[in-house]
Ligand binder design. Structure first.
Ligand code: DOR
Length: 445
C-alpha cells in the first residue's frame, strides 16, 4: 500500500488558499497532497464537505500540573485540546512548583509521557534566580523556550524591572514569550482599590495603561538587545501602534498574539453577565479596545491566535473580587470560536491556518509541523464548517467544568483529528490511547 491513510475529497486549507484535494499519509507523515487514487490506501477517510486544516498549535495554555491538579492536569488539558482540534500545545510555567529549572521541566516531560492526548512543549519561566541559566534552559529538549511574566498573575512567577528584563533577553537567542503588564502600576492600583469591589472594576484596576507601559518597555529592550519577543494576549488599543512600529523597525523580531476571548467579549457586558468568569489577565476591555484588536488583526499586526486556557474551579471563581482568580478555559473552544468568526465573514480560513498553525510552527521553530505538505507530520483536523453546536456546560472537557461560551451557538466544529498519522478523534469522540509526544524544534544546542 502506498498510504496508510488517505483523506479524500476535502477542502484543504493553508495560508495560501483553500483547494479541493486528497492527503496521503504514510506512518506519521504526510507523503502526498493532490488528486490521489483511493485504491492505494489501507484506510480511506471521506472528507467530502469537510475542511482539512493543519492541526492547531496553541502556544499559550495553563494545565496546572504539578500542584493544582484539581483545576486541570496534563491528561484532561490535552484531552480538551485534541477534542478541539488542537494537536500541539505549549504549556506555561506558572505551575506549583513553577517550571524554572531543568529538573522541573524534566518532571513535566515524565508526567506527560503516555498521558498526553496531543503533542506538547513546556515553557521555562524566567526568574531573578535563573537568569544565568536561561540560555541553556531554553535549549533543553521538550521546551519551546522562555516565558516571562512582567506582571504577576496566577502563581508567583514574576520578573520585575527593566534590568532583569534586559538580563533575561541577553541570555539566549530563541523567541521569548511575554505576559506584558506593568507590575508596579498593577500593585499601586490594586492597593488603591476597594476590597471587595465589583468585578466590573477589573479592567480599570489592571488598566490599558498598565499594558501600554509594559509593552513599550518590552519593545525597547527587545530593540536594545536584538532578542525576538512574542507579546502574549494583547488586550488594548494602546499597545497596537507600539507593536506596529516595532514590527516595522525590527522585521520578523517582534510578534504578537491575540486570544479569541479578547475578540469575542467586551466590558462591561461580559462582566455584568458572567461575573468573575469573565475575569482574566490582561482583562477583557471595552468595546473600543475590542474593535481596535479586530482592526489590528485585519492589518496583519497579530501573528498567532492563542487560547490562554487558564482553568479555575467555579468555587474559586465564586470568591468575591479581587480574591477570585483570573483566567478562563479556552483550548477546546478556540477553533469553534474562530470558525464562527469565519462563518460571520469576519475572518478567513487562510487567517485561521496562518495564525493557528503555520505561524506558531514557524515562529517557534517547530520541526515538520503546521502545514499540510509532503514530509510534514500528519497532524490534521477535519472540520464540518456548517455544523451548528450550542455549547453547553456538559460539553466542557476541562476539569474546571465551565466555559464562558456556555449557551453560545458555534458554527463550525472539529469532527476528526489525526495526530502524527493516527486518528485520535472520530465523529467528535476520542478513540485509542493518549499518544502525544514532546514536540521537536529546529534549534540546536
Ligand atoms: O488570566 C490569567 N490567568 N492570566 C494569566 O496570565 C495567567 C492565567 C492563569 O494561569 O490562571
Amino acid at each position: 500500500m502506498l498510504y496508510d491513510t488517505l483523506i479524500r475529497g476535502g477542502r484543504i486549507v493553508s495560508s495560501q488558499g483553500v483547494h479541493e484535494g486528497d492527503v496521503g499519509i504514510s506512518g506519521d507523515k504526510i507523503v502526498s497532497v493532490g488528486s490521489l487514487a483511493a485504491d492505494t490506501a489501507e484506510q480511506v477517510i471521506d472528507a467530502t464537505g469537510l475542511l482539512v486544516l493543519p492541526g492547531l498549535i496553541d502556544t499559550q495554555v495553563h494545565f496546572r500540573e504539578p500542584g493544582m491538579e484539581h483545576k486541570e492536569d496534563l491528561e484532561s488539558g490535552t484531552r480538551a485540546a485534541i477534542l478541539g482540534g488542537v494537536t500541539t500545545i505549549f504549556e506555561m510555567p506558572n505551575t506549583s512548583p513553577p517550571t524554572t529549572s531543568r529538573d522541573a521541566l524534566h518532571d513535566k516531560l515524565i508526567r506527560a509521557a503516555g498521558r498526553a492526548w496531543c503533542d506538547y512543549g513546556f515553557f521555562v519561566g524566567a526568574t531573578a534566580e535563573n537568569l544565568d541559566e536561561l540560555a541553556a534552559l531554553e535549549l533543553l529538549p521538550g521546551s519551546p523556550g522562555i516565558k516571562i511574566f512582567m506582571g504577576s498573575s496566577t502563581g508567583s512567577l514574576l520578573l520585575e524591572g527593566r534590568e532583569f528584563l534586559h538580563a533575561a533577553l541577553t541570555n539566549g537567542t530563541r523567541r521569548v514569550s511575554v505576559h506584558s503588564e506593568d507590575e508596579q502600576r498593577l500593585r499601586e492600583r490594586k492597593a488603591a482599590a476597594a476590597d471587595p469591589c465589583p468585578v466590573t472594576e477589573h479592567p480599570n484596576i489592571r488598566d490599558a495603561e498598565s499594558a501600554r507601559i509594559s509593552t513599550e518597555q518590552l519593545l525597547q529592550v527587545s530593540h536594545e538587545t536584538g532578542r525576538p519577543v512574542h507579546v502574549l494576549h494583547v488586550s488594548s488599543a494602546d499597545e497596537i501602534p507600539l507593536i506596529r512600529e516595532a514590527k516595522r523597525q525590527q522585521v520578523g523580531r517582534v510578534t504578537a498574539e491575540v486570544t479569541p476571548q479578547h475578540l469575542f467579549f467586551s466590558a462591561p457586558e461580559a462582566y455584568e453577565r458572567l461575573g468573575s468568569l469573565a475575569q482574566m489577565n490582561p482583562p477583557i476591555r471595552s468595546e473600543e479596545h475590542r474593535q481596535a484588536l479586530w482592526a489590528a488583526l485585519q492589518q496583519g499586526i497579530f501573528d498567532i491566535f492563542g487560547s490562554d486556557h487558564a482553568p479555575h474551579t467555579l468555587d474559586e471563581k465564586a470568591k468575591p473580587y479581587p480574591h477570585s482568580p483570573s483566567g478562563m478555559p479556552g483550548v477546546q473552544t478556540m477553533l469553534p470560536v474562530l470558525l464562527t468568526f469565519f462563518n460571520q465573514g469576519r475572518l478567513t480560513l487562510e487567517q485561521v491556518a496562518s495564525l493557528s498553525s503555520e505561524n506558531p510552527a514557524r515562529l517557534f521553530g517547530l520541526r515538520n509541523k503546521g502545514r499540510i505538505a509532503p514530509s510534514f507530520l500528519a497532524d490534521l483536523v477535519l472540520v464540518d464548517p456548517a455544523r451548528k453546536v450550542q455549547f453547553e456546560r456538559s460539553m466542557v472537557v476541562s476539569k474546571c467544568g465551565w466555559s464562558p461560551y456556555e449557551g453560545e451557538t458555534f458554527t463550525g466544529w472539529p469532527v476528526h483529528v489525526i495526530l502524527q498519522g493516527k486518528s485520535v478523534v472520530k465523529e467528535g469522540e476520542l478513540i485509542g490511547k493518549p499518544s502525544g509526544q514532546a514536540a521537536e524544534y529546529n534549534w540546536k544546542a
